[in-house]
Write a protein that binds this ligand. Structure first.
Ligand code: SAH
Ligand code: SF4
Ligand code: F3S
Length: 449
């Protein structure tokens, strides 16, 4: 269906997007909001009374799925009190379990696959024109996407997807199955979106992809991610560039040099290592060893000595022994990460690891997670303490939820900083120099200069 721009079936009606999952989902959620506003819908304050509800789902771990299923169940009762409400289930769980979801949950009107984000407007308009009774469930993943209108959540920091999908097939991970193969956006297309966002006042840009280091490989070219960083760095008005996520196997010297040399690219490397034992890394199909990972860290420290290094870690992968786990602990101690996102291995049916022998009991996984978090908390505090007494450039975000006289923001290394306003006015997106006075595990506090 080709939509007339004056076609506004949502005039006088409202929408709400309930979002779960990673940054890519946050970015997609902004596209759902943008298209709903194109159709005339206005954002509701609360999902209960919205005329259209989009649940943008994640299935990376069972815990996420459970929470989302609870919410979908709740929407049945919500819809009973609001006849005519349109409930759309989008994202990775819709892609994985669409058929099951529709059968079990009659309240779902529309199912949107992960690759149909930008066709949502047409799908919804079509559904409204046919007056319900039909679920859109074409889950085929096309080769490429375009980027339509979006309503950004932040006023100064913008998500910029640079590629979609993943080709890595880490044996524990569901993402390649629900997001399809890697498709990169052209540099021109990306730069155009960045320029538009700059014109709208945006200052910080996070380039998104499941494995940004393989950006452009599908064009048959090498070294494209480093080129992209250098190109975005040249866009006038861009103040900070971030990117996620990097894969240690594909992270090369060219990218590290680009970070070191580009004024606006932030000194923050998020490089998930997942496990410290080379035996487990092999079973995970990660494509690097413990030693290669440590060499990568050493290279980063050589080129960018002040960089913050963060990571993701999984405990309790099938047949992980106490010895393997201790390799993870020792790697965490050796690197001294600034922060780590730690996860208990979650069995995802359809992935190779789900069928592996030696699944680790939940109580063992929980105990390992606790031990790991204790070790990492010591690192985080130690790294934050190194900041005390120094002054950092902070991009102001806004006042704290519970105290309007305290503002927060982030350093280039992505550390959360709090400071009292002392009666001064600050603006979101403004650069403030803050001298750090105290350090905690998750944040630092100081005074604005
Ligand atoms: N593409 C990114 C993000 C993937 S999902 C990357 O490769 O880093 C984010 C994190 O979730 C992963 O880094 C991994 O640590 C974790 N994760 C993925 N699948 C998981 C599973 N089945 N169980 C537990 N954690 C998982
Ligand atoms: Fe999942 Fe691995 Fe792809 Fe990341 S790189 S999305 S962990 S398969
Ligand atoms: Fe979740 Fe899909 Fe992101 S499974 S982590 S929302 S790619």
């Amino acid at each position: 269906m080709n939509l007339d721009k004056d076609f506004k079936p949502g005039a006088g009606k409202s929408y709400f997007v309930l979002n779960y999952g990673c940054q890519m989902n946050e970015s997609d959620a902004e596209h759902y909001a943008g298209q709903l506003e194109d159709l005339g819908y206005a954002k509701a304050d609360d999902f209960h009374n919205a005329d259209v509800i989009v649940v943008n789902t994640c299935c990376v771990r069972e815990s996420a799925e459970k929470r989302i299923l609870g919410k979908i169940g709740e929407l049945k009762r919500v819809k009973e009190n609001h006849p005519g409400q349109v409930i759309c289930v989008a994202g990775c769980m819709a892609q994985k379990d669409g058929e099951k979801l529709i059968k079990k949950h009659p309240q779902i009107d529309l199912l949107i696959g992960t690759a149909h984000v930008n066709s949502f407007k047409e799908i919804l308009a079509d559904f409204i024109a046919a007056k319900g009774g039909r679920v859109y469930d074409d889950m085929a993943i096309p080769d490429s996407e375009f980027e339509g209108n979006r309503v950004r959540q932040s006023g100064f920091s913008a998500w910029i997807p640079i590629m979609y999908g993943c080709n890595n097939f880490c044996t524990y991970c569901i993402v390649p199955y629900v997001r399809g193969r890697e498709r990169s956006r052209s540099i021109e297309n990306i730069v155009e979106e960045v320029e538009q966002a700059v014109a709208n006042g945006y200052k910080e840009f996070t380039l998104l992809g499941q494995n940004v280091n393989s950006y452009g490989k599908d064009f048959g070219e090498k070294g494209m991610f480093a080129k992209l960083l250098r190109r975005v760095n040249e866009v006038p008005g861009v103040e900070r560039i971030r990117y996620m996520t990097s894969h240690p196997r594909d992270m090369g010297e060219d990218v590290i040099r680009a970070v070191a040399e580009c004024e606006h690219v932030c000194e923050n490397f998020h490089i998930p290592f997942q496990a410290g034992s080379s035996r487990i890394l092999k079973l995970m199909n990660r494509g690097y060893t413990r030693e290669q990972y440590l060499d990568l860290v050493a290279m980063i420290r050589r080129y960018v000595p002040d960089a913050a290094i963060t990571t993701d870690i999984i405990v309790g992968f099938p047949c992980e022994t106490e010895e393997d786990f201790e390799d993870t602990l020792s790697l965490v101690k050796e690197v001294g990460f600034d922060a780590a996102y730690t996860f208990i291995y979650s069995k995802r049916s359809g992935t190779p690891a789900a069928k592996m022998e030696g699944q680790v009991p939940l109580d063992v996984k929980k105990a390992r997670l606790n031990r790991l978090m204790e070790v990492q908390n010591v690192n985080s505090l130690a790294r934050n303490r190194e900041m005390v007494g120094k002054t950092y450039e902070v991009l102001a975000e806004g006042p704290s939820a519970n105290n309007p006289n305290v503002w927060s923001g982030r350093t280039r290394t992505n550390k959360l900083v709090l400071w009292p306003t002392e009666g001064r006015e600050f603006k979101s997106g403004q650069k403030v120099n803050v001298k750090i006075e105290t350090a905690q595990t998750w944040l630092v506090k100081g005074q604005a200069e």
